[in-house]
Write a protein that binds this ligand. Structure first.
Ligand code: NAD
Length: 258
């Protein structure tokens, strides 16, 4: 699909790239096609091989960052600013929960498992927003996070991640209110189920895709590209009046009761 949105004056950082199936990668490709300058972060060395493969021939800044480590987040912002100047946008596409805390009885969730999922999948947006806000451009910016329908409805395989997404959406609203006066906008994209490394750990993921195909108004699962197109809009100035929103890219699945 050809795009007419020009982001050649925008620079930003992508958190959450693991491989070619990462939502972060679909968004990155779309933003780069539109002319944006990107820096990438990676969680640990195990992911470097696939990420280096994706970024071959691309001289983007690539920095290690565990989003639960505040000093690493600070360092990413500092390095980006030294290299590229002010930040215009951030993609937060991060989530993690222990496998045993997805599926099964919710009440078996341990405090440690709860804390880990919340810290990584929700609180990391607070850390990233706070540290990025020190370097955002004077004209403002756009921060996108990724959420899922399980924030408000129960999916048996999602358990603690549903709780984490509910917190993430609330954080998205709180940050929108705080940083709105500086024209820094925060929006969450609520994507339908897409195959990825993380999605593989969700019990019942295949049934979730099937349910979308059968019951969503568009009668098919959504695509990575449809999420990326929405991100492109949210990063661009076309969305300058939108902040604090949760935008469903779910083929309308969320509106159907029966
Ligand atoms: N795939 C789906 O069906 C779907 C649907 C809706 C929302 N989402 C959300 O989209 C986002 C991206 O997921 P994805 O499906 O592309 O899977 P993915 O596995 O490609 O991406 C998850 C990323 O989180 C990163 N991560 C985990 N812990 C981290 C930490 N401590 N610090 C920094 N990074 C860390 C991983 O390295 C990985 O790059 C997640 O927030 C996920 O919940 C996914």
């Amino acid at each position: 699909m050809s795009v007419n949105i020009d982001l050649s004056n925008k620079k930003g950082i992508v958190f959450g790239l693991a491989n070619q199936r990462s939502i972060a990668w679909s968004i990155s490709e779309k933003l780069m096609d539109a002319g944006a300058t990107l820096a990438f972060t990676y969680l640990d060395e195990r992911l470097l091989k696939s990420i280096n493969g994706l970024l071959e021939g691309n001289d983007s800044l690539l920095l290690k960052c565990d989003a639960n480590n505040e000093s690493e987040v600070k360092e990413v912002m500092k390095k980006f600013h030294e290299t590229h100047g002010d930040i215009d946008f951030i993609i937060h596409s991060i989530a993690f929960a222990n496998r045993e805390d997805l599926g099964g009885d919710f009440s078996n969730l341990s405090k440690q498992g709860f804390n880990l999922a919340m810290e990584t999948s929700s609180y990391s947006l607070v850390t990233i927003a706070r540290e990025a806000s020190k370097y955002f451009s004077e004209s403002g910016g756009s921060v996108i996070s990724m959420t899922f329908d399980a924030s408000t409805r129960v999916y048996p395989g999602y358990n603690v991640m549903g709780t984490a997404k509910a917190a993430l959406e609330n954080i998205n609203r709180q940050l929108s209110a705080e940083f709105g006066p500086r024209q820094i906008r925060f929006n969450s994209i609520s994507a339908g189920p897409l195959p990825s490394l993380s999605a593989r750990s969700i019990p019942g993921f295949v049934q979730m895709r099937k349910a979308h195909e059968e019951r969503s108004p568009i009668k098919r699962p959504i695509t990575h590209e449809e999420v990326a197109n929405t991100a492109l809009f949210l990063i661009s100035d076309l969305s300058s009046g939108i902040t604090g929103s949760v935008i469903p890219v779910d083929g309308g699945y969320g509106i159907i009761a029966l």
